[in-house]
Design a protein around this ligand. Structure first.
Ligand code: ANZ
Ligand code: ZN
Length: 820
């Protein structure tokens, strides 16, 4: 059979499309609805890989479909081009990170073009371009003006390998997310974004996203924000000096206050050292040294032996008046809640383990019907009836118990109801070179002075290789010419802030910039953003489910509060694609199971790879490349292409006198395809296209023949459907059908509703020889289906009236006879 030359077809249309530039945003008919198709921008390390190929193929189905529907589409591309990998590569090569970065960007851009993603190439941006980071810096200053960027001296997560600070979010199981080194703590003065001010709104605004974002992502965000309702309860501590000091704890179970038999403060918080009795101070110091060496995850683990130090002071339980011991321990975290807890060992296993370890009292205050934790050392955490709880005794309702205790505390002024969030402020300073410099100047006389707006961007000095080696302070600090400046306020000698911003700052607003990437009067043109945003569809990996999405949502809310935009959520819909794996495992160098995208494309062509990715399964599912058949995809594409050579009617032939059965098949396929794309079942779309190719082939070979206008109609529909997935062969088919390029903008076929109507016949249902029902059924209905329909009919059921059915005679599609 005839075949097309994959490489020749790719080369041919690449050139034509470069000239046509068919995907410019704004090029649709006037008044067309605007749709923003956004995909997570790539990081320029090396060339494209299978993961990119998948996400782009899926994303492009939607973008190309929108063009075919006549919408105006914004489908931009750019690069998240600051970051550590480029800096580490530059150190190895003794060059500036820009060299490696921009070379990779060119390689990737070339690959994207070959891969034929329908990007608007006029909107390219790189976060490491001064024209871009000028506005990253500007936004930082605006956040600071609003009190949303501030500096504080505090213990921070420190990666000893990368020699930089990490955000909490970048510490995974106590290790650096990038390099895996065990993260330690350091005291440093650092910049933070006050994302905690937005915690409640970040939660509330998720509600409208419920049906358009994956529920898994919403759950991860909710968990990260970690809202807990509870109370602040004040405990008076009598210090060794005889003075009283009030310490507040956060608890989600104020109703168990009568069972609070000791108190625990975080060992590494200042408070512990401030309240410790002199004779216990040395023990505390030794213990804190030990604690600093372990990670938060280890500290919170329930299965590890409890450790701690008795601080030698007592606190007063505000409801029982009892004196209770105060301990310092590592299972209480310094930076959660108030860094101090009331321990209720009977109903919290960690407290109970601690009590057991150190012989502290246990008192049950909720009787759940389970064995008493005072004896079993198994904490009971469920609901029950209050006991040993004074006024609460006998009550069986937890919510009421909590409300009553809060009321009592508030009356006496010893506590208040409160809400606590797990979310911390976003630490954005990084002691590395390849990022946007923080636009602040430190002057001894004036303090922190923002770089005046007209002096932005603060450009990076040209450093390379050996200058960039991590030394614990930013390499910028050693760039004397750059760091020493005169103060913008007093003119005296001053120094630039030598830290750079976390690259998550860059990626928190790039999708705004895409709307007007050349705009010079601000980070974006407000009108352009009004036109395109929020993005109708965002496609990307679930690895960004927390950080990037949370930060982008935060930025959007701040921009809203600044009056720059009129919406509060940036992405109306989100799609997380699955992962491309091989032989059941993630691809990795160490496993040696990597699949090279370039080799795949050389062997099968772009279209076959894209089709394979889309056809593999639902977009959210992982793709095991070992089970895929790109060769099979190519065979199918050849078969589709052959159809276009068999059409003998002229372009523009009216399909109305064509073969009805084929016309019905075509129109049904298009109607279904519409539904399938809109519900993101792209793999089924491919399956339906394959069926239409087969039906059309039969019509040509053994049906109405190649001259029938219905055949042309069918093949044109195939070309348009394929244009979403396999753009090269679709274009080639379109040309062979006698049309001008580009098929990508040909328009979605219009469905003739009258061709969707299924013919029906009337089936008669008899019970005891009398007609009891008439059913409208398909002429092709099976005997079994017809019997089932008949038995389910209400009139038939009434006629049977519970009688035992002896026999059912079915003559599909016309008759069902029920004998009782
Ligand atoms: C008494 C109590 C009794 C508690 C009980 C729980 C069960 P979430 O839901 O995660 O917010 N807690 C408070 N601050 C802490 C800290 N800095 N480090 C470790 N644990 C801390 O958890 C809130 C609960 O975790 C609080 O409620 C407190 O223990 C503990 F039957 O107080 B609870
Ligand atoms: Zn000054």
């Amino acid at each position: 059979a005839a075949t097309y030359d994959v490489v020749a077809v790719q080369d041919k249309w690449r050139k034509v499309w470069d000239d046509l530039d068919p995907f410019r945003a704004g090029s649709a008919a006037p008044g067309a609805e605007k749709r923003y198709a956004l995909t997570m921008f790539p990081y320029p390390s090396g060339d494209l890989h299978m993961g990119h190929a998948e996400v782009m193929a899926l994303h492009d189905v939607v973008a190309r479909y929108w063009w075919q529907r006549g919408h105006d589409v914004l489908n931009p591309i750019g690069w998240d081009s600051f970051g550590l990998p480029a800096e580490n590569a530059a150190i190895k090569r003794d060059e500036n990170p820009a060299v490696f970065t921009y070379a990779n960007i060119e390689t990737q851009a070339e690959s994207f073009k070959r891969y034929a993603i329908s990007f608007d190439w006029s909107r390219r941006l790189n976060t490491s371009d001064p024209e871009y980071y000028r506005w990253t810096q500007w936004l930082f200053l605006k956040f600071r003006e609003r009190g949303l960027a501030y500096r504080k001296f505090s213990p921070v997560n420190w990666c000893p390998n990368d020699q930089t600070v990490l955000a909490n979010e970048q510490v995974v199981n106590g290790a650096c997310e990038r390099c895996g080194a065990v993260v330690t703590k350091r005291e440093l003065s650092q910049w933070y974004f006050k994302i905690t001010d937005y915690a409640q709104r970040l939660l509330d605004d998720m509600e409208p996203l419920e049906s358009t974002w994956p529920s898994k992502v919403l759950a991860m965000q909710r968990n990260w924000i970690g809202r807990s309702e509870g109370a602040h309860v004040d405990f008076d501590i009598t210090l060794a000096s005889g003075e009283t000091r009030t310490v507040t704890v956060f608890t989600t179970r104020p109703d168990t206050l009568h069972g609070a038999t000791f108190m625990v403060v975080a060992a590494d918080a200042k408070l512990a050292a401030e309240i410790v009795a002199p004779e216990r101070a040395e023990a505390l110091t030794a213990y804190v040294d030990e604690v600093r060496r372990s990670s938060d995850i280890d500290r919170l683990a329930t299965d590890r032996p409890k450790t701690g130090v008795d601080l030698g002071v007592t606190a007063t339980n505000p409801v029982t008046g009892e004196q209770i011991a105060v301990w310092a321990a590592d299972y209480v975290l310094a930076d959660y809640g108030t860094g101090a807890i009331m321990a209720v060992p009977a109903h919290d296993q960690r407290d109970l383990d601690f009590a057991k370890q150190f012989g502290l009292p246990v008192r049950r205050v909720v009787d759940t019907g389970e064995p008493n934790p005072e004896e079993t050392y198994e904490a009971t955490t469920g609901d029950g009836t209050y006991v040993n709880s004074g006024p609460l005794d006998g009550l069986g309702d937890k919510a009421a118990g909590i409300a009553r205790i809060i009321e009592q505390l508030e009356e006496r002024g010893t506590g208040t109801g409160t809400v606590n969030f797990r979310l911390r402020d976003w630490l954005l300073s990084r002691q590395r070179y390849w990022g946007a410099p923080i636009p602040i100047i430190h002057c001894e006389a004036c303090g922190e002075v923002p770089v005046p707006e007209d002096q932005l961007p603060v450009e990076l000095p040209d450093l390379k290789g050996s200058d960039l080696k991590p030394k614990g302070v930013s390499p910028l600090a050693a760039a004397e010419d750059w760091v020493n400046v005169s103060c913008p306020t007093c003119g005296g000698a001053a120094k630039r802030d030598s830290d750079t911003m976390d690259t998550f700052v860059d990626s928190s607003w790039y999708f705004f910039r895409y709307c007007s990437p050349q705009f010079t009067d601000g980070p974006f043109d407000p009108q352009a953003v009004r036109d395109w945003m929020p993005a109708a569809q965002y496609v990307g990996g679930v690895e960004h489910a927390i950080l990037h999405l949370l930060y982008s949502r935060f930025f959007t809310k701040v921009l809203h509060d600044m009056g720059m935009i009129d919406f509060t959520e940036p992405f109306s819909a989100l799609l997380n694609q699955g992962e491309v794996i091989n032989e059941g495992r993630g691809m990795s160098k160490s496993l040696g199971n990597g699949v090279d995208l370039g080799e795949m494309i050389d062997a099968y062509g772009v279209d076959a790879i894209r089709l394979t990715m889309v056809f593999a399964g639902p977009p959210e599912a992982d793709i095991d490349w070992a089970d895929m058949s790109p060769g099979g995809s190519l065979k199918f594409l050849q078969r589709a292409w052959r159809l276009s050579g068999d059409v003998t009617s002229e372009p523009g032939t009216a399909p109305s006198d064509g073969d009805t059965a084929l016309r019905q098949a075509t129109h049904r396929t298009v109607a279904e395809a519409t539904e399938l794309v809109e519900t993101q079942r792209f793999n089924v779309l491919v399956a339906r296209t394959m069926e239409l190719v087969n039906t059309t082939r039969k019509a040509i070979d053994s049906g109405p023949g190649s001259a029938d206008p219905a055949v042309r109609e069918a093949v044109e529909a195939v070309a348009i459907l394929l244009s979403l997935v396999a753009p090269y062969v679709a274009e080639e088919m379109w040309e062979r059908l006698g049309h001008e390029p580009t098929v990508a903008r040909a328009g979605w076929p219009v469905v003739d509703e009258s061709l969707l109507v299924q013919e029906t016949v009337t089936a008669v249902v008899q019970v005891k020889g009398k007609v009891k029902a008439r059913l409208e059924v398909s002429p092709e209905i099976s005997e079994a289906d017809l019997e089932q329909l008949a038995m389910a009919d209400a009139d038939v059921q009434r006629a049977l009236d519970g009688a035992v059915v002896r026999k059912v005679v079915v003559r599909a599609p016309k008759l069902v006879n029920i004998v009782v």
